[in-house]
Design a protein around this ligand. Structure first.
Ligand code: FAD
Length: 373
């Protein structure tokens, strides 16, 4: 996990405060787009509060963007990938009592604004190069106190770059109670705004930290109460994506409008994905679902997948040793059943070596028929 840059923490705060503002003014909870609120709903509320005629409120209403179904975006998020975007100037809303504009983000220092612009420039560069080389970029998901910003930026990158294929993939952690709703809202945005949706689905790596932080700070635990609930959430989210892919396919539209990586070491989840693909009528050749496991882990899942024509990837942690080692040790801690899995892997390797010796196939090289997703 990278050390969060302060501006990502602040941006995540803004997103959470904007959600709160929305539910204070209009009612409801969760992601703003999930409310299906129209600009007129805001106009009415401001009228009832007798602040509608304030100049600042009028300006706010004019700037509010809405998509083709009239659903609002409280802020002009689409500009956020613009390298000249002024963060602290953007996120202001009218106080419902006075009509005066209040900042949702504290004034950033010029250094912080510069860091943000540098980050945006780097992101734009990376994705542009990836796009030109036909490589996909998957953005990892981190802890909830700064994930909303990562997710929002990634969604904007999808909107900007995923116009002909899914180049940018977001990551959704299904141990979060809100995961299913977040994926559904983002899928709807992709559909309405006509961009390709790319998602890596994971269970989530920071459950202990999430719970400890929630307990220490006195807010409700954002994660599912049990392992089974996380599995149910994973499978439900994956089903929603598969269902929509099938809809595209049936309507004669490009099923690649949705691209999913099933990133899991869990055999039951991989089996579930394959069974549901078969049931729904999505074949490996459609190249809309791929599988991912970490290098050196669960090869007995990755290799057969690849040999059966599924797109299967090994994630390779790469970087300076002092950064990669903590990452790997965290992965080992997170994967509770890892020792059992390693035991299984060793047993399978031993069986394979014995099989090759008995059959005289020491240099046996299985041939896959690989085309990327
Ligand atoms: C290719 C790849 C990319 C990844 N990228 C990310 C990433 O970007 N961000 C990220 O956070 N993680 C990432 N992970 C890690 C992932 O989130 C999981 O931590 C890891 O894969 C273990 O989950 P599993 O499905 O493989 O196995 P399992 O062993 O079946 O599941 C273990 C997971 O279940 C959940 N869980 C365990 N106990 C409970 C409980 N009591 N209540 C509720 N839930 C519980 C936790 O999420 C735990 O990690 C990635 C993993 C892979 C393979």
């Amino acid at each position: 996990m990278p050390k969060p840059i302060p501006v990502l923490l602040q941006l995540s705060e803004v997103i959470m405060r904007a959600r709160q503002y929305m539910s204070d003014v209009i009612g409801g909870e969760g992601a703003i787009l999930a409310h299906h609120v129209k600009p007129d709903d805001f106009r009415k509320k401001f009228e009832e509060a007798h602040i509608k005629d304030e100049e600042s409120v009028q300006k706010f209403l004019q700037k509010m963007q809405s998509d083709k179904e009239g659903v609002i975006h409280l802020f002009p998020w689409s500009g956020i990938l613009d390298e000249n975007y002024e963060l602290s100037e953007t996120f202001q809303v009218p106080d419902i009592k006075t009509g005066k504009m209040v900042r949702l983000m504290s004034q950033l220092t010029s250094k912080e604004e510069e860091m943000f612009r540098n980050m945006i420039r780097r992101l734009n560069n990376i994705v542009t190069v990836a796009d030109s080389l036909d490589v996909r970029i998957m953005i990892d998901a981190e802890q909830t106190y700064f994930q909303p910003a990562i997710s929002r930026l990634t969604l904007e990158m999808m909107r900007k770059y995923n116009t002909k294929k899914a180049v940018v993939f977001n990551t959704y952690q299904t141990y979060l109670q809100e995961a299913f709703n977040e994926v559904k809202t983002d899928l709807e945005q992709a559909e309405r705004q006509n961009f390709y949706f790319g998602a890596k689905l994971v269970r989530g790596a920071y459950i202990e930290q999430e719970r400890a932080r929630a307990a220490a700070m006195g807010y409700s635990d954002p994660t599912n109460p049990t392992y089974e609930a996380t599995t149910e959430s994973y499978h439900r989210t994956l089903m929603e994506c598969l269902r929509r892919m099938k809809q595209y396919k049936d309507k004669g539209q490009d099923p690649k409008k949705i691209g999913i990586m099933v990133a899991s070491h869990n055999e039951d989840t991989v089996r579930f994905a394959i069974e549901k693909m078969k049931e729904i009528g999505i074949s490996p050749e459609d190249k809309v679902i791929c599988f991912g496991q970490l290098l050196g882990m669960c090869d007995y899942i990755t290799f057969p997948l690849g040999q059966s024509g599924y797109s299967a990837y090994k994630y390779i942690p790469y970087g300076p040793v002092k950064e990669v080692l903590p990452y790997l040790s965290r992965r080992a801690q997170e994967n509770r059943g890892i020792l059992k899995k390693i035991k299984k892997e060793k047993r399978l390797l031993l069986n394979e070596i014995t099989r090759r010796i008995v059959r005289g196939e020491i240099f046996y090289k299985p041939k896959g028929n690989y085309t990327p997703v």
